[in-house]
Design a protein around this ligand. Structure first.
Ligand SMILES: [Zn+2]
Length: 579
């Protein structure tokens, strides 16, 4: 062993003294001298600065020492934005801000870290530090911001955006941990609420609404406040001639006097709905169901309501391609023989013959309002009518409008109508709004978790609830999306977005294509057909607001949407040819 070490020493020494080594050192130094302001040496300087800072407790006490190193990183990513070093510098600076926050406790410090990590994820999404930056965002929301719900979303983004990144495994571990934390929190919150309920009064069950066909049922229980609930499924009991029953127990609730104890429903999947005070603090809602295939139960906020969706066994088998991650629009393979496509479509009872057009908002809900007082609900009703005319005229399809006048219609009713009417496509029409009035453009959304703050805020606004409640919804969305047509919706969204932007650009300047996006919209949950939500412009943007007030722009918009639908249908080769 010793002999070997000596040997190494003797071998190395001649190399160190060799002309070759000297040549190497000169070349290296010259390279450094030749471009002292290239990205690598600058990044190196920033790193040395950081190392010295971390090693010195004395230096760490003074803010200016931190800021000096941060500035060095800043120089790299600002001067050389298109280099590998820029991404590394962003990461380094983000790390410094986050670390500094532990000393300073200044919110602005942690916010700087967040914005740098976000910038890295956005601008350098293919860099091998992008997934690590996304992971760090999760950690910041978890440890520093103490916002486990947002942390969960950030970790989820690691999985969604970087499925093959090395941060994925640790992100999913964090999500598991957070699920436990959030579960406990929920229990704590519920017990808190329980205690409050004990002191106060029981929550009133105000109404039970239902939609039912032989294949589809939606039941909505309206409550005056939040309650906890639990569902139970009872098997069919042939000896008692009882159908399968699904019952939901609502805790700390009392039943309203106006509610009928038994609601008979004929010709539906649901035979009967019953509601009764089960004991002093529990209301039991029982659904007698024939031939149930599956069900989903979830709640919506503001006002609090519980929704039960039941699918029947004899639903038409509508194939949805599998094996594609949610949210990744899939390339559609055109059938080689389009005639074959049509006949197959007919065999399966497919094809687009009925389109549901949903004009956003209405009645007491004006939607977004422009600075000139223009209301989203009015503009969208006009647009919905124009789209309907064009669909009938150009596509020869039937149209169902969810609302034909200025009336209020809850979001879950709109989806129920679409399912009841067996629409083949569902299109919800909206205008966007933003605090920053400069922002403009067209976006098309599909149902999925929101991946950025803007999408989160939009979903909160369109759902008329808080972003906190959206966070809650994001956690259960995966379950709610089972059996929904994610891929077909994404394809429809791509076509409509493209058709809309192309058509608007033939007449208008500066139309921003903001692309196909995703967010958890209440109105899209449970739709049994491809379903999208189109944001046809920003009512808060001066130019788009002006345009939205003209018939010409709305006509152009309607034409673009219908052209998009037409391309979608043609691409599928499933155009309905009558009979
Ligand atoms: Zn809207």
């Amino acid at each position: 062993m010793i002999r070997r070490l000596i040997y190494v020493k003797y071998v190395l020494t001649p190399f160190l003294l060799s002309p070759l080594f000297i040549l190497f050192s000169i070349l290296f130094q010259q390279a450094a001298i030749a471009s002292p302001h290239s990205a690598p040496p600058l990044l190196q300087k920033a790193r040395v600065c950081t190392k010295q800072l971390y090693e010195s407790p004395a230096k760490k006490k003074y803010r200016h020492n931190w800021e000096r190193c941060i500035r060095r990183y800043e120089k790299v990513y600002k001067s050389f934005p298109n280099t590998d070093e820029a991404a590394r510098a962003l990461f380094g600076a983000g790390e410094l801000w986050a670390y500094l926050y532990r000393y300073s406790s200044r919110d602005s410090d942690i916010d700087r870290a967040i914005s740098l990590y976000r910038e890295l994820v956005k601008k350098y999404k293919d860099h091998n530090l992008a997934d690590d930056a996304q992971y760090r965002l999760g950690e910041i929301f978890y440890r520093d911001k103490k916002d486990p719900m947002q942390a969960y979303v950030e970790f989820l983004k690691v999985e969604v955006k970087f499925p093959s990144g090395d941060a994925r495994l640790k992100a999913s571990k964090k999500m598991e941990e957070l699920e436990r934390v959030l579960g406990k929190k929920r229990i704590a919150r519920e017990t808190g609420r329980k205690a409050a309920a004990k002191k106060k009064k029981l929550v009133l069950v105000e109404n039970i609404r239902h939609w039912s066909t032989p294949t589809y049922t939606r039941v909505v229980v309206d409550l005056e406040d939040q309650v906890t609930y639990k569902e139970h499924l009872l098997k069919k009991d042939p000896s008692l001639k009882k159908p399968r029953r699904l019952f939901v127990d609502l805790r700390n609730a009392r039943i309203g006097k106006d509610i009928e104890s038994s609601i008979p429903i004929k010709d539906g999947l649901l035979r009967r709905a019953r509601a009764a005070q089960y004991n002093t603090k529990t209301v039991r809602v029982v659904l007698d169901i024939d031939d149930m295939e599956s069900y989903k139960i979830f709640h919506l906020y503001d006002p609090f309501r519980i929704v039960v969706d039941v699918q029947g066994e004899d639903r038409q088998l509508r194939p949805e391609r599998k094996g594609v991650a949610p949210g990744t629009p899939e390339r559609h393979e055109r059938p080689k023989d389009s005639q074959k496509g049509i006949s197959l479509a007919k065999q399966l009872g497919l094809g687009v013959k009925r389109i549901i057009i949903d004009a956003g908002h209405g009645g007491k809900d004006p939607g977004a309002i422009g600075s000139n007082g223009v209301r989203e609900k009015d503009v969208m009703l006009k647009l919905a009518r124009l789209v309907a005319d064009k669909v009938r005229g150009d596509l020869r399809c039937e149209v169902v409008l969810t609302r034909k006048s200025d009336v209020f219609l809850p979001l879950e009713d709109r989806t129920a109508i679409a399912n009841m009417k067996k629409g083949d496509l569902f299109i919800s029409l909206h205008t966007n709004a933003h605090r920053d009035r400069r922002i403009s453009g067209v976006e098309t959304y599909i149902l999925n978790i929101a991946l950025d703050e803007d999408a989160m805020n939009l979903a909160a606004r369109e759902n008329a609830t808080s972003t906190k409640n959206i966070g809650d919804l994001q956690m259960i969305l995966n379950d709610l999306m089972l059996n929904t047509k994610i891929n077909e919706s994404a394809r429809l969204a791509e076509f409509v977005q493209k058709g809309l932007v192309r058509e608007l650009r033939t007449r208008y300047k500066g139309v921003q294509n903001r692309g196909v996006r995703q967010a958890p919209f209440y109105v899209l949950i449970g739709a049994e057909m491809p379903a999208i939500l189109v944001e046809v412009g920003y009512i808060t943007n001066r130019i788009e607001n002006k345009r939205l007030c003209t018939e010409a722009y709305l006509k152009r918009t309607a034409s673009g949407i219908v052209k998009g639908i037409d391309s979608y249908i043609k691409d599928m080769g499933l155009a309905y040819k009558g009979g």
